[in-house]
Design a protein around this ligand. Structure first.
Ligand SMILES: [Zn+2]
Length: 180
């Protein structure tokens, strides 16, 4: 998050469209930050996308496209894993983007398993909102006990591993009381 992930994905989509291969972009319907039927960046770049309610629906939504692109795949959790495996077995190209670590500081499914089957992985870094170092974490600024919380990105900011304070799952608040 805050590292230009969707910008990069849209650039990739535009480049792949030039290749002449059939392509479908999927995104979770639960992610309400983008306009319906699209993925978009803060800067206004966008690409059309099919909204998918549940991970189990990925295969159907993928249709016969040769290239399947899934943004914000962590919204689907483990349910995205088998569909991705099935698509790869069928010889399709699968490109996914998402957040690898949640605001508790724990691995975000399905990333640990997906990373094992990925041919290539590109990790993006933002800039820590506190100290300016490269950021690898997403700091939640508003208390929440769920891993995925509907809402805008104003509820989060990028943090480096030193400045990151994990949310506490049981109390549903952000850790450390250091947020002001
Ligand atoms: Zn920092």
């Amino acid at each position: 998050m805050f590292a230009g992930k969707t910008t990069l994905l849209i650039e990739r989509i535009e480049a792949l469209r030039q290749s002449g291969q059939s392509l479908r972009v999927l995104r979770p319907a639960r992610d309400t930050r983008s306009l319906p039927g699209s993925i978009q960046t803060h800067g206004g770049a966008h690409a059309s996308a099919i909204e998918v309610e549940r991970g189990e629906e990925i295969l159907t939504a993928a249709g016969n496209a040769e290239i399947i692109i899934i943004d914000e795949i962590h919204f689907f959790g483990d349910h995205a894993l088998e569909p991705c495996r099935d698509l790869l077995r069928a010889g399709r190209m699968v490109i996914v983007a998402g957040v690898e670590i949640d605001h508790f500081g724990k691995p975000f499914d399905p990333f640990p398993q997906l990373l094992q089957i990925a041919d290539s992985v590109r990790r993006l870094q933002g800039v820590c909102a506190r100290c300016g170092a490269p950021s690898t974490h997403t700091q939640r600024l508003i208390p929440a006990s769920d891993r995925i919380v509907a809402g805008g990105e104003e509820s989060y900011e990028p943090r480096c591993s030193t400045c990151f304070v994990p949310s506490r799952p049981n109390r549903g608040d952000v850790g450390g009381g250091r947020l002001s």
